[in-house]
Design a protein around this ligand. Structure first.
Ligand SMILES: Cc1cc2nc3c(=O)[nH]c(=O)nc-3n(C[C@H](O)[C@H](O)[C@H](O)COP(=O)(O)OP(=O)(O)OC[C@H]3O[C@@H](n4cnc5c(N)ncnc54)[C@H](O)[C@@H]3O)c2cc1C
Length: 455
């Protein structure tokens, strides 16, 4: 059958199911609905749009051979495919907009190999388990999202952008962080492609629209002993300036520098002793040998250390990185259901001035939350301010205010790649690659809106 004829076919779920033979499926409706959700509800706008969306069936491949069987059957029977890791994505990335199947990758967890500085692993591996298996050889992930204890490596590569560790290594997209990816195409005769170096970026943060990742090769970092630290300051501006100074101090080995304004610390339940009334915090993760010079830097800038403990990630533990990145929003939402957030990137040539400007303009409308990262080789600040949602118009006005002052926004209240991009468009390589690997447009339909099947 030609591509055009296939494209005009309607989804034939029964034919698909027969064609995948013994590949495990879940068809219990409540479970299918559960695995069709992610953390889209952080946005009241997406909550209204997505809460009733569901796949028709969940399919759970055991290995790459199963993935090929599923890809072939989906292309031949015109069934939409939404790939899923742990479903911690924020923008409805793993929510099927047009039904079809959710392809749950969490049974593909093997480490294919590791050597000093590199690990090759199947996509369903949980990030916390990945570190547990590379650390005995002396290596750990260069960066991970704050969802490390739940999210998968495939979901991080396909849906994430960076996180804990990005203050040293930049985002996932910095050259050298993702070294390779293996991808199964969604065609009547699926191909298995090996993408090396730059080419592997085509599937990074593409929301699973352009190929099913069956392995990734990630650069790793020497594993160190990490210390969680909380530092209190009288003013947010001091916490921000101190975080910036430590980010620039190349001799201090760190993974996390997160300034948050009072009253954000009131959302950190169980840490009241370490969150003095009225004071802003710098949340940090510092390598144990760097702790003394770090503490000297913060003392010189008016900070007082209120908490210090080795980073613990086991069951029942509470790593401080789970107060940062989008976990900050999660803690606020647990207390106040009206809270939502924005995602911004401050200009690198006037970071502190631009933060002060936005803080003054937003005033009580937002609670400051910043993450220091490296971006294209320089230190930059990402903002994840907490805002109380009233109307979509007011949220859009806040976004416009940032943009008018030279602060880029990656809108977390839209489902499309294009709408969520600071540049408001799909990466040209990712769009071109989608035509090659998903010519019928069956992968996560609706998420890459600039794609139209050529027929
Ligand atoms: C509290 C909270 C904190 C967060 N903090 C961060 C953070 O610090 N940094 C950050 O970058 N993100 C963050 N996120 C977003 C999210 O957790 C990360 O992107 C995470 O890595 C997603 O992993 P997952 O396994 O849950 O992926 P999922 O949510 O299951 O999937 C994410 C996307 O990847 C696609 N996908 C998954 N597996 C594959 C595959 N094998 N092949 C092709 N496509 C695939 C899916 O279709 C989907 O579009 C946060 C989210 C929450 C809720």
């Amino acid at each position: 059958m030609t591509t055009a004829a296939l494209a005009s076919m309607r989804a034939d779920l029964a034919g698909f199911r027969a064609a995948i033979a013994d590949v495990p499926v879940i068809d219990e409706p409540a479970l299918v609905r559960l695995r069709s959700r992610d953390f889209f509800w952080f946005s009241p706008i997406l909550k209204a749009q997505l809460q009733r969306k569901s796949a028709d069936l969940v399919v759970c491949p055991r290995d790459e051979a199963d993935v090929v069987v599923v890809a072939r059957a989906a292309a031949r029977h015109r069934v939409p495919v939404t790939v899923r890791g742990a479903g911690t994505g924020n923008y409805g990335q793993a929510v099927p907009l047009e039904g079809g199947i959710v392809l749950d990758m969490t049974d593909m967890t093997a480490i294919e190999w590791q050597r000093p500085g590199v690990v090759r692993v199947q996509p369903g591996k949980k990030l916390v388990d990945l570190d547990a298996e590379t650390r005995p050889a002396g290596w750990e992930q260069r960066m991970h999202p704050s969802t490390k204890r739940t999210a998968t490596i495939g979901g991080f590569v396909a849906g994430g952008s960076g996180g804990v560790g990005s203050v040293t290594y930049g985002g996932l997209r910095e050259p050298g962080n993702i070294l390779g990816a293996r991808v199964v195409t969604l065609e009547p005769e699926p191909r298995v492609l090996e993408l090396r170096d730059d080419a592997a970026q085509k599937v990074c943060h593409a929301y699973g629209t352009n190929g099913i990742i069956t392995a990734v090769e990630m650069a790793t970092a020497p594993a160190l002993a990490w210390i969680d630290v909380l530092v209190a300051f009288d003013e947010l501006s001091q916490a921000v300036a101190c975080g910036h100074a430590v980010a620039l101090a190349d001799g201090i080995v760190k993974k996390l520098l997160t300034p948050v304004a009072w009253p954000v610390p009131t959302y950190f339940k169980g840490l009241e002793q370490a969150c003095p009334e009225g004071r802003s915090l710098l949340i940090a993760m510092v390598a144990e040998p760097s702790l003394a010079p770090f503490e000297a830097m913060v003392a010189a800038r008016g900070g007082s250390v209120t908490y210090r403990a080795p980073t613990e990630e086991g069951p029942g533990a509470r790593p401080l990185y789970e107060l940062t990145w989008n976990h900050t929003t999660l803690h606020a939402l647990k207390v106040d259901k009206e809270i939502t957030y924005l995602q911004s990137l401050f200009p690198v040539d006037r970071t502190l001035a631009a933060i002060a400007e936005i803080e003054a303009l937003l005033g009580d409308q937002a609670m400051g939350h910043y993450e220091f990262v490296r971006y294209n080789g320089v230190v930059a600040a990402v903002g994840l301010p907490l805002v109380r949602f009233t109307t979509e118009e007011r949220l859009r006005a806040m976004i416009a205010l940032h943009q008018q002052h030279g602060v880029m926004i990656a809108d977390p209240h839209v489902t499309s790649l294009e709408g969520g991009s600071g540049h408001m468009r799909a990466d040209i390589d990712q769009l071109g690659f989608k035509h090659e690997v998903d010519p019928l447009g069956l992968m996560n339909p609706g998420k890459m809106t600039s794609f139209t099947a050529r027929g």
